[in-house]
Ligand binder design. Structure first.
Ligand code: ADP
Ligand code: MG
Length: 239
């Protein structure tokens, strides 16, 4: 059974269609990377999956259940953006615990989840700190850790490293690879501009172009057999 299934998905804004019938089956635990030029619909695709945008037509299935119309909080999805959106007046611990508290979870379970996520992301020494005393990379790890505490079935990342400098980008990419290994049943869908991120993280890469899928495949397959010049350019293959 697919973890996320997209069938003939379209999305329009005010009569202007930006996704033109997307079909894609994503397996449980897969790490899928979306690439493509700015404005081709990658973020919109993620937001539709997250339920932050309504689908115009087509069917979205998550874990075998039709998700059209299901509120974002009930989809088993967590999303990480390029801006960390942490609460500046709350400690790292409270930033990670906040959503769980709001959901009414019992304190011991919240504590267990926050400490486990902090351990996974090497944030344990920083739990009592405020976000402003952390580096950009550490802040992004808090945002990722906050998503981990929700124990999502599907993890969505929208260019999570693009605000970081080159060294932190590498370090945080390695953290995300470790996180993926530590959560083998969690499906990850990851948008990036960066070829190295795409080639090193992806089980399969989806190349978008103007609201359509140009090609889907494993990194090496796309690299060796790009369908056309457009794909070759995005994968960085020497075609
Ligand atoms: P990407 O993430 O690949 O850069 P987006 O999904 O952000 O692309 O945008 C795809 C297209 O949809 C663009 O033409 C963009 O202007 C348009 N778009 C995205 N969000 C909105 C919105 N809320 N209202 C109107 N148009 C939007
Ligand atoms: Mg985008």
């Amino acid at each position: 059974m697919a973890s996320v299934s997209l069938s003939k998905i379209t999305k329009s804004f005010g009569g202007h269609e930006v996704l033109h019938g997307i079909d894609l089956e994503i397996g449980m635990g897969e790490f899928i990377v979306f690439v493509g030029p700015s404005g081709c619909g990658k973020s919109t695709m993620l937001r539709v999956i997250a339920g932050l945008e309504e689908i115009t037509s087509g069917t979205l299935t998550i874990d075998g259940e039709v998700a059209n119309g299901v509120p974002p909080g009930e989809r088993g999805i967590a999303m990480v953006f390029q801006s960390y959106a942490l609460y500046p007046h709350m400690t790292v611990y409270d930033n990670m615990a906040f959503g769980l508290k709001v959901s009414g979870m019992a304190k011991p379970e919240i504590d267990r989840r926050v400490r486990k996520a902090a351990e996974m992301l090497e944030l344990t020494p920083y739990l009592d700190r405020l976000p402003r005393s952390l580096s950009g990379g550490q802040r992004q790890r808090v945002a990722i850790g906050r998503a981990v505490t929700r124990d999502p079935k599907v993890f969505l990342f929208d260019e999570p490293l693009s605000n970081l400098d080159a060294a932190l980008r590498v370090a945080t990419r390695l953290e995300i690879a470790d996180l993926n290994a530590a959560m083998p049943d969690t499906t990850m869908i990851y948008v990036t501009h960066d070829q190295v991120e795409a080639m090193t993280l992806a089980d399969r890469i989806v190349v978008f172009n103007e609201g359509r899928i140009e090609q889907v495949g494993r990194p090496l397959d796309l690299y060796e057999r790009p369908r056309n010049l457009f794909v070759a350019r995005f994968i960085g293959s020497p075609k």
